[in-house]
Design a protein around this ligand. Sequence first.
Ligand SMILES: Cc1cc2nc3c(=O)[nH]c(=O)nc-3n(C[C@H](O)[C@H](O)[C@H](O)COP(=O)(O)O)c2cc1C
Length: 224
Amino acid sequence: MLSVDEAITTRRSVRAFKSDSVEPEMLSHILEVASRAPSGTNMQPWHVHVFTGDALKSLCDSVLDAFWNLPEEHESDRLHYLEKSRDPYLARRRKVGWDLYGLLGIGKGEREKTRKFHAQNYIFFGAPVGLIFTIDRDMGWMSWLDYGMFIQNICLAARGQGLHTCPQAAWANYHDVVERHLNLPEIQLVHCGMSLGYEDTDALVNTLTTDREPVEDFVTFHGG
Ligand SMILES: Cc1cc2nc3c(=O)[nH]c(=O)nc-3n(C[C@H](O)[C@H](O)[C@H](O)COP(=O)(O)O)c2cc1C
């Protein structure tokens, strides 16, 4: 068993997976464990669509079709992060982008190569399991916090089973395609996805290590 600290610190966003399947019982276990996440007034605002096999391929085909053929309609129509990017967030974002693309030998301005790599999001980076998360669109921001805790729990419970994950905002750009694909009721929206499976340890992309700010830079200690 991994310790809590180990589960947290060995979690990374993995962007190349082995094709080895994940046992349905293991998946159910991870989701059950993750559902112990706290939520304000225990509302549990999450709903997960689990894709494997043909269903996964069919979802990916729908989104990839839109990605390659209708890109202009899907330039992120939602505010994902910041209205107007600024430091220190912009610097951190650039750093991880440069590190990732540098590793892959993709230079600045190489749009086609960048797009090709970005497209990997829409095959869940080769993972055998793709998760799509939906939430009722009228939920308030506390419920979104609950959802974040739930998603992190999935990442950590997956580590407990020797699996890796990559949370993916990329799916939000194609929320309309996925919503149609799933025939979701109007009240629900797709807000992100996640790749889950066994890490391809030979893949260069998985050697990426990301920085964190030191504790003293993001914590203000009051008192003793
Ligand atoms: C909400 C959220 C959305 C993300 N979206 C994507 C994505 O669409 N594609 C991707 O490759 N990585 C995505 N990531 C992974 C981040 O880039 C990654 O967490 C960050 O660079 C820190 O690296 P680490 O997860 O390896 O520690 C996302 C992470 C989070 C939490």
